[in-house]
Each structure stands twice: as structure tokens, then as C-alpha cells.
Design a protein around this ligand. Structure first.
Ligand SMILES: Cc1cc2nc3c(=O)[nH]c(=O)nc-3n(C[C@H](O)[C@H](O)[C@H](O)COP(=O)(O)O)c2cc1C
Length: 215
């Protein structure tokens, strides 16, 4: 990965509609997305991989009136992922995480798995009843997955554009997402940039001394 190149490039606003991510590359990226870590291994996500012209149109048509400028990005992308997050955290989900960990042999020593489960339950109780931010906390995990997947895409030579410009209520309705106990958090459009529409102006970020404190 060329970090210097990454640091000086804009996110892609214009995808080349004629190019599709090869299946093997897409599958590698999805395997990576599956592997991204979450706090307490909570795995609160479900991902919709929008690959067909019909799927892209359905998403583009349901962004909400004020977000129409994002429609073309989705229509021209090779794939767009809808990253959804659980709307709540029922005991059945926590049990499913623990069952999978036991099946995968995460802690071969059963006593260690039990200790882990009790520490996780304590932490989740704190989020639920102390900080009362369980949904916000789960969505933070989703943003980690987006950020890491953007880096993985760069490594694979794929452009990844996160999109917050959409109305989650209309997107959820179009794909019947709320019915699954999830809600849309963020979109990630993937593909290759249109070479005729690349920005060459500098990127703008605060200066280093405003951003870092060394203690
Ligand atoms: C989480 C996130 C969501 C974003 N959502 C949108 C979006 O919906 N539409 C859009 O055109 N740009 C979107 N952007 C792009 C930002 O506006 C852009 O990265 C920022 O203005 C800096 O511009 P640059 O990447 O060209 O340096 C998003 C960026 C991030 C990180």
C-alpha cells in the first residue's frame, strides 16, 4: 500500500460505470470485512452487497430527496455495501456470539470462555444501563469496519467511498431492513475512478500542530 499516495488523494466522487470489481477481489474484500474486529466481539452488523443494476437503482431511488447528488455515485459504482447495525441488543444476540466463540474454539479452556462471557455481560450492562449508549456504541463498531475496509480496498486497488448522505428511513424501508432488527448506518460505494473526472486540487486538513499533542 502506498501511504503517501493515499494521504494526498481525494475520495472518489466519480466512478467509471464500465468497470466491475473482479469476483475474486470482491470476495477477498468481503472476507476482510467479515474479519474486522468489534468491541467485545459483539458483531452487530449485517451487510447488504448491492451488485446488480436493479439493486443499485433501488438504493439510488431511495436516498431521500435532499441526497440525490449521491445517486450517480451509487449507480456508477461497481458494488455498494449497505452497512447496517442492530437496532437493539437482545440476549439472544449475545448468546449467539458466545455460542459461535465456543464452536470456533476461541478460548480452548472453558473456564477462560466463562470468564470472558461474564466480563462481556458486565460491560454490556454498563453500556445498556449505565452509559445508556448501546446503539451509539454498536454504530461506532460499524464505522471501524468502514474505515478498515476502505484501507483494505486501497490495498486491493479498489476505490472506496463512504456515504452518509442518505435518509436511513427510506433506505431501510426499500430493503426491509428494520424488519430484521437492524437499521442502516452508512454506505460504502466501491469501484474504479472515472479517469476523466479526477480532482487535482490539494486536499485540505488542519495543520499537524493543531492535531497532535505530544506529552
Ligand atoms: C464517513 C464519511 C461520509 C461521507 N459521506 C459523503 C456523502 O454522502 N457524499 C459525498 O459526496 N461525500 C461524502 N464524504 C466525503 C467527504 O465529504 C470528503 O471526504 C471530505 O470533504 C474531504 O474531501 P477529500 O476526500 O476530497 O479530501 C464522506 C466522507 C466520510 C469520511
Amino acid at each position: 500500500m502506498d501511504l503517501d499516495k493515499l494521504m494526498s488523494k481525494h475520495l472518489t466522487r466519480y466512478f467509471d460505470p464500465s468497470r466491475t470489481i473482479p469476483e475474486e477481489t470482491l470476495q477477498q474484500l468481503l472476507r476482510f470485512l467479515r474479519s474486522t474486529p468489534t468491541s467485545t466481539n459483539i458483531q452487530p452488523n449485517h451487510f447488504y452487497v448491492i451488485a446488480t443494476p436493479e439493486g443499485k437503482k433501488q438504493l439510488a431511488d431511495n436516498l431521500g430527496e435532499r441526497f440525490q447528488d449521491n445517486a450517480e455515485k451509487i449507480l456508477n459504482s461497481s458494488h455498494t455495501i449497505i452497512l447496517t447495525t442492530r437496532a437493539d441488543l437482545p440476549g439472544s444476540h449475545i448468546e449467539a456470539v458466545f455460542n459461535k466463540e465456543r464452536a470456533d474454539g476461541r478460548f480452548p479452556d472453558p473456564a477462560k470462555q466463562e470468564l470472558w462471557e461474564s466480563m462481556t455481560r458486565d460491560f454490556l450492562n454498563l453500556r445498556n444501563y449505565g452509559y445508556k449508549d448501546v446503539n451509539h456504541w454498536m454504530e461506532k463498531q460499524t464505522y471501524m469496519a468502514v474505515g478498515l475496509t476502505m484501507m483494505a480496498a486501497a490495498e486491493l486497488g479498489v476505490e472506496a467511498m463512504p456515504l452518509e448522505g442518505f435518509d436511513p428511513t427510506t433506505v431501510d424501508k426499500a430493503f426491509k431492513i428494520r424488519e430484521t432488527g437492524h437499521a442502516t448506518t452508512v454506505l460504502l460505494a466501491l469501484g474504479y475512478p472515472d479517469p476523466t473526472k479526477q480532482y487535482s486540487n490539494p486536499i485540505s486538513r488542519f495543520d499537524t500542530d493543531e492535531l497532535f499533542t505530544f506529552v
